[in-house]
Design a protein around this ligand. Structure first.
Ligand code: PXP
Length: 238
């Protein structure tokens, strides 16, 4: 069965909405690990809109499962990864104005730039995953460039507007996962997965780990809101 790596970026999004010290993603990492997560993912963006340098430094110390640093293949981020030494990195495309990562990396188009970044990070003993669309040429190139793993972008599957499109996108994810395994790559998948679309993806036997963030943090609000209100009322009574 696929394991679950939890992306905790949106704990930091909530913190940054107020620019204060809570909720702390470091605390979320501990909770996620105790609940059975196989790893903790944070995306250190160029604009530092949610996760900060301070977070990744502390997380490097406290995460005991596996720290997966999501990042763009820029010289700044490659240097941070080489100094920090997370267990793995996932290279993603990054645009300043996007709300979230919008597509897979174009590994074919940017092969020279990615090759350099992959080599530098690999030299430090850090595992490298490339976030790619479920497209044969992209996966073959990821293998050629020396990535240890791919993360298959499930956004098109997750956002499919009809059952027909969903089935077509699901078939692409399966084929991509099979190709990844044939090439001896680790195979992860993620983006847009939630409580109503995860089962089929989690059942693909070629997928090692899923990367899920937004839906888990969103559910945590309702799983915990009742208790949070009761705690406040109790405190006010005192
Ligand atoms: N994988 C990658 C590469 C991502 O950029 C993201 C979003 O940060 C995720 C997985 C998780 O997506 P979601 O928050 O929709 O679960």
């Amino acid at each position: 069965m696929a394991e679950l790596m939890v992306n905790i970026d949106h704990i930091a999004t909530l913190r940054e909405a107020r620019g204060i010290h809570y909720p702390d993603p470091v605390y979320a990492a501990g909770v996620a690990e105790m609940a059975g997560a196989s790893g903790i993912i944070v995306h250190l963006r160029e604009d530092r809109r949610h996760i900060k340098d301070r977070d990744v430094r502390i997380l490097r110390d406290v995460v005991k499962t596996k720290l997966n640093l999501e990042m763009a293949a820029t010289p700044e981020m490659v240097k941070i990864a080489c100094d920090l030494k997370p267990d793995m990195i996932t290279l993603v495309p990054e645009k300043r104005k996007e709300l979230t990562t919008e597509g897979g990396l174009d590994v074919v188009k940017f092969s020279d730039k990615l090759k350099k970044a992959i080599e530098e990070v690999r030299k430090k003993g850090i595992k490298v995953s490339l976030f790619v669309d479920p497209v044969e040429a992209q996966i073959k190139m990821a293998h050629k460039l020396g990535a240890h793993m791919i993360e298959i972008h499930t956004g098109a599957y997750s956002n499919a507007a009809s059952e027909k499109v969903r089935e077509r996108e699901f078939a692409k994810v399966i084929n991509a996962a099979r190709l990844g395994k044939e090439l001896d790559l680790g195979v992860n998948a993620g983006h847009g997965l939630h409580y109503h679309n995860v089962k089929e993806i989690a059942a693909i036997k070629e997928i090692d780990e899923l990367s899920i963030g937004h839906s888990i943090i969103a559910r945590a609000v309702f799983a915990g809101l009742d208790r949070a209100i009761r705690d406040m009322i109790e405190l006010m009574k005192q």
